[in-house]
Design a protein around this ligand. Sequence first.
Ligand SMILES: [Zn+2]
Length: 446
Amino acid sequence: MSEILIRNARTVLTMDDAETELSEADILLRDGVIAGIGPRLETVGEIVDARHCVVTPGLVNTHHHLYQGLTKAVPGGQDALLFGWLQTLYPIWERFGPEEFYVSAQVGLAELALSGCTLSSDHLYLYPNGARLDDSIAAAEDLGVRFHATRGSMSIGVSKGGLPPDSLVEDEGAILEDCIRVIDAFHDPSEGAMVRVGVAPCSPFSVSRELMRDSAILARDKGVMMHTHLAENDEDVAYSLEKFGCRPGQYAEDLGWTGPDVWHAHCVKLDGQEIDLFAATRTGVAHCPCSNCRLGSGIAPVRAMLDAGVNVGLGVDGSASNDMASLIGEARQAMLLQRVQNGADAMSARAALRVATRGGAEVLGRHDCGQVAVGMRADLALWDVSGLESAGSWDPAALLLAGPQKVRHLFVEGRQVVRDRRIATIDIEAALTRHREMARTLAGLG
Ligand SMILES: [Zn+2]
C-alpha cells in the first residue's frame, strides 16, 4: 500500500457537481486513488505540507502534437496562416525519426506537467524514418503522466490535391493496420488507465472520405475514441464547401464522426446548427485559444457551446503553433478570449479552470479523473499562492486572474511527478540537452 497525505490545503477546488470549495482540508492518496478528504486525516506515508497551496484536479490537455516541440518559432512560419505555416514545416518534420519523437514527447510532457497537466492526449499523424506511436507512449510512461495517444494519419499528398508532401503520407491500408497494432499493444480500457489509444486522421484536407469512414468503423469496433481537426478557420470551411459540398459539421456527421466517443480540435467556425449537433450527440471539442490567436484563426464560440451543453476541454495544440505549452496559460487565454467576444461576465476564472480540468476529462471519456473527490484517481495540482504572482490577491483561488504559472507539486495516480517546481521522475536536464542538440541539428546549426 502506498500513501501520501496532502496536509492542510489552503483551498481545494473540487470541481464536483456542487462546485464545492474546501478550506484547510487534508487529502489522502492511497494506491493511486483519492482515499479521503477532510480535517486531520492520518497516514502511514509521506506528508506534503499544503498550507500555502490551492489544490485543483490535474489539468487535462485534449489536443497536442508533441513532436512539434522541436520546431518552435521557426522563422519562416512565425507569421504565416495555417496552410502556409504547414507548408513551411512539413519539409523539416520529414527529417524526424524515433528519437526525435521520444525526446520531444518527454520534454513537451514535462513542460505541460509543470503547468499543472496530469493527463494529456497527443495527435501524432506523421511517421517518417521508422518513427512509431510507441516512441511517444514510452516517453509518457517514463515521465509518469497519464497519456491518451492517438494514431493519426495523412493519406492525400500534394499529387492528389492534398496539402502534405507525398513523402509524409501513408497508404490507407497500412494506416488502419497500424491502428489495430497500437490499440492491441497499448490501449487500456480499465478505470485508472495510464495509457489509452485513439484513432485520429489528421484532418478532412489530408485524408480521404473513405479513411475517415473506415477509421470511425475501426474505432467503434475496438471501443476506442476518435479525434481530428475540424472547422479551424475560414480556409478550412471553404475547402469543405468546395471539395465536399457541405460544411464541416455535416461532413463529420455523414462519416460517423459525431458522438460521445469523438472529439474535434478547434471548431472555431462552428455555426449554431453545428453547435446544436455537437450538443445533441455529446461530441467533444478541444478548444485551443493560443493556437487560434497565433494563427489568426478566430475566436471559438465556447460560451455558446457550453450554454448549448457541448463538452469542451482545452488544448495547447502543437508547440509549433503555440510555441508555449502552458496549460494554465491556455486556461487564462480561454477566459480572456470569451470576454473579448461576449463581455466581462462571459467566463469566470473558476469556470475556465473547470473547462481545463473536469471539462477536459469528460471530453476524453475519463469519468475517473477531473475532480477532487473520494474514489477519483489521485491526479492533483498544488499551486503555491504565497509567491509574488498572488501577492495582493483578495481571492487566491481565482488562479487565472492572479496566480502562479507553475505548480509547486503535481501528483499523477498518487505519484509525485513535480516536487518543489522540478520534475521528479526523470533526468530533465539530460533530456533538455538532447532536445537542444536535436533542434540545432534540424536548424542546420549543429
Ligand atoms: Zn492541432
